[in-house]
Design a protein around this ligand. Structure first.
Ligand code: GAR
Length: 226
C-alpha cells in the first residue's frame, strides 16, 4: 500500500519536486493525493499541476485563527484521501487538533541541524552564527517550533564566506536526498518513536546503503534509490 500523502507548501516547492521525482523513479512508494499551499502565488502549485496532482489553496488570511485554518486543512486532506502529511517549506505552525488527526504521520523538513536554529531562517541564522558544519533535519512534527523527534539529518560544510543563500543552497541539495528517504521509511511502517528517540526498523529485504555522498554525512545512511 503506498503512502497516501498530502504535501503542504508555501513557496518554491523544490522539496515537493524531489518527492514527485522519487515517486516517479519508484524509490518512494507514495500517492501524492494533493498539494496544499497557504499562498496562492507559491511556485510549487505549478509543479503540482504539471505533475497532475490536485492542488488546494487556503490563504491563511481568510481564516479567523489557527484552528479555523486547520479545520479547512484537515477537510481538504481527508477529502482527497490522504492520511499522512509532509510539510515541505510550509511556513506555518499546526495546532494540536491537526496533529491529533494524523498521529505520528506528520513530518517536516528543516534547513538546520536541529535543535540548533529552529524557526523561519535556519540557513541564514546558521551562516550568521558562523557554524562550520550546517545541515538539515527531517522530524516528526509536534506542538513546538521544529521541536519534534528527529528522524534523519544530513550535514554539510559551512564557510566563513557563506550567507544564508549560499549555505541554504548547499543544505537544500541534501534536503532533497533525506526527505524522500524519511517518507519511504514512513511508507514502509519502519519508523517508531520512543520519547525523543526515533528508531528505523531494518528493511524487510536487504537494501544496500549508499553511504556518505562525497563530503557530506547523512545518518542514518541513505538506502539505494535516494
Ligand atoms: C526549505 O529549505 C525548507 O527546509 C525550509 O523552507 C525551504 C522551502 O524550500 N523550511 C523551513 O524553513 C521551515 N521552518 P522549497 O519550497 O523549495 O521546498
Amino acid at each position: 500500500m503506498p503512502l497516501n500523502l498530502a504535501v503542504l507548501i508555501s513557496g518554491s516547492g523544490s522539496n515537493l519536486q524531489c518527492i514527485i521525482d522519487r515517486v516517479a523513479s519508484g524509490a518512494l512508494h507514495a500517492d501524492i493525493r494533493l498539494v496544499v499551499s497557504n499562498r496562492p502565488e507559491a511556485f510549487g502549485l505549478e509543479r503540482a499541476r504539471k505533475a497532475g496532482i490536485p492542488t488546494v489553496v487556503l490563504p491563511h488570511g481568510n481564516y479567523l485563527d489557527r484552528e479555523d485554518f486547520d479545520r479547512a486543512l484537515i477537510a481538504a486532506i481527508r477529502d482527497h484521501g490522504a492520511d499522512a502529511v509532509a510539510m515541505a517549506g510550509f511556513m506555518r505552525m499546526v495546532t494540536p487538533m491537526f496533529l491529533q488527526t494524523f498521529p505520528g504521520r506528520v513530518l517536516n523538513i528543516h534547513p538546520a541541524l536541529l535543535p540548533s536554529f529552529p524557526g523561519t531562517h535556519g540557513q541564514r541564522d546558521a551562516a550568521e552564527y558562523g557554524v562550520r558544519i550546517a545541515g538539515c533535519s527531517v522530524h516528526f512534527v509536534d506542538e513546538g517550533m521544529d521541536s519534534g523527534p528527529i528522524i534523519i539529518q544530513a550535514a554539510v560544510p559551512a564557510f566563513p564566506t557563506d550567507n544564508g543563500e549560499t549555505l541554504g543552497a548547499r543544505i537544500l541539495t541534501m534536503e532533497h536526498r533525506i526527505y524522500p528517504q524519511a517518507l519511504q521509511w514512513l511508507s514502509e511502517g519502519r519508523l517508531s518513536a520512543q520519547g525523543r528517540k526515533v528508531f528505523v526498523a531494518p528493511a524487510a529485504r536487504s537494501k544496500a546503503f549508499i553511504g556518505e555522498p562525497g563530503e557530506y554525512m547523512v545518518f542514518p545512511p541513505l538506502e539505494e534509490g535516494f
